[in-house]
Design a protein around this ligand. Structure first.
Ligand code: TXA
Ligand code: MG
Length: 337
């Protein structure tokens, strides 16, 4: 069967079968993959990423009919969501099948599963005919890579093979929904929103306080650039910039537009000009839609991280539910500063 696949897929399958690490594109971010039935290969993922063994991995599958080999007591809700969103940027946490190694699950009795929507990821999964365990292909607590070049920057020779594709379309990691408890709950927001999930499930999701995740997988510092990142409301940007001392410059400002009249103190036009024309304040403009913003977020932060800024100041995007995944990542990136 494997003969029908292009050379790069065949090569990647050979590496996976031999217990080696293969990075591959998904629609969200690049994954660092290992054969999900080979404990030694899975161990290599944790070592390459310097990730604690208590942080569970997501297993990627090609077909819905593989689900029963990985999970048990699968609720009808899992099929409702899978039929709507798979292949796509949604991870379901279910009770694990007894045959699943606890190495994958951080010692827990649940497992995260998803079918990714990227054609190369799907071809790889189909050609392997088995699950692929894959976290994002970055070092622990760093930004997830959304290009093949960023994977190499993050992990270099720690990856045995990089299946290179285009930049990832979604740009931030999948929405994670826990279906192993009493009520469905979001463990990690993403571009599939709570409202969309509630519409399909026809019931409200449990809130974070109803549902204490059993795992610390949600590490507070995560997805962070090396440069300290600050997230501030648009209304505070001008005061913040005006009070900067020379030692804090140059600074990058990630905004969706130049400061508006109501965002600046003092005579509006001259104050705005002073901020926008200051050569030590570098403005970078992000898109207006959450889809484009998410698509560009990590690669923009990765680029800014190389430019020697003292800080990256991010003007908070809208607080609309469609932006929940983006806010989550920005807050995590900011928690390092
Ligand atoms: O979009 C994505 O999900 C990407 C691509 C490569 O698929 N993967 C990804 O994996 O973001 P990773 O390992 O970087 O993040 C997986 C998250 C972790 O925060 C982990 O704690 C959580 O999923 N997770 C995995 N299995 C879990 C489980 N059984 N219970 C709770 N959380 C789980
Ligand atoms: Mg990650």
């Amino acid at each position: 069967m494997i003969k029908d696949y292009p050379d790069n897929i065949q090569q990647a399958v050979k590496y996976l079968k031999a217990g080696k690490l293969v990075a591959f594109p998904t629609e969200t971010v690049y994954g660092l993959g290992a054969h999900a039935r080979q404990p030694e290969a899975i161990t290599k993922i944790f070592l390459a990423k310097q990730r604690p063994f208590t942080h569970p991995l997501i297993v990627h599958l090609a077909h819905l009919d593989q689900l029963a080999a990985w999970a048990i007591d699968i609720p009808a809700e899992a099929y409702l969501l899978a039929n709507t969103y798979w292949p796509g940027p949604l991870t379901l946490v279910l009770k694990k099948h007894p045959a699943v190694s606890t190495l994958l699950t951080g010692g827990q009795d649940t497992i995260g599963l998803r079918i990714p929507a990227h054609p190369l990821a799907l071809a790889l999964l189909q050609a392997l005919g088995e699950g692929i365990a894959a976290p994002s292909a970055n070092r622990f607590c760093r930004l997830s890579p959304t290009t093949a070049a960023a994977v190499f920057e993050e992990l270099g020779k720690q990856v045995d093979y990089i299946l290179a594709g285009d930049a990832c379309q979604v740009g931030i990691e999948s929405t994670i929904v826990d279906l192993s408890g009493q009520r469905p709950a979001i463990l990690r927001p993403g571009m599939i929103t709570a409202q969309q999930l509630e519409t399909i499930l026809e019931k409200p999701l449990a809130t974070a306080s109803d549902h204490a995740p059993r795992v610390a997988g949600m590490h507070p510092v995560h997805y962070a650039p090396e440069t300290p990142l600050l997230l501030i409301p648009a209304a505070e940007i001008s005061t913040f910039l005006e009070n900067l001392t020379n030692i804090e410059l140059p600074i990058a400002v990630l905004a969706q537009h130049t400061p508006s009249r109501q965002d600046v103190a003092g005579p509006a036009d001259s104050a705005r000009r002073a901020l926008v024309q200051n050569p030590a304040i570098h403005w970078f403009y992000m898109a207006a839609t959450p889809q484009e913003y998410a698509h560009d977020l990590y690669c923009t932060l990765r680029e800014l991280d190389k430019q020697g800024f003292k800080k990256i100041l991010v003007v908070a995007p809208p607080h609309d539910p469609a932006w929940a995944g983006i806010h989550d990542r920005l807050q995590k990136a900011a928690s390092r500063a």
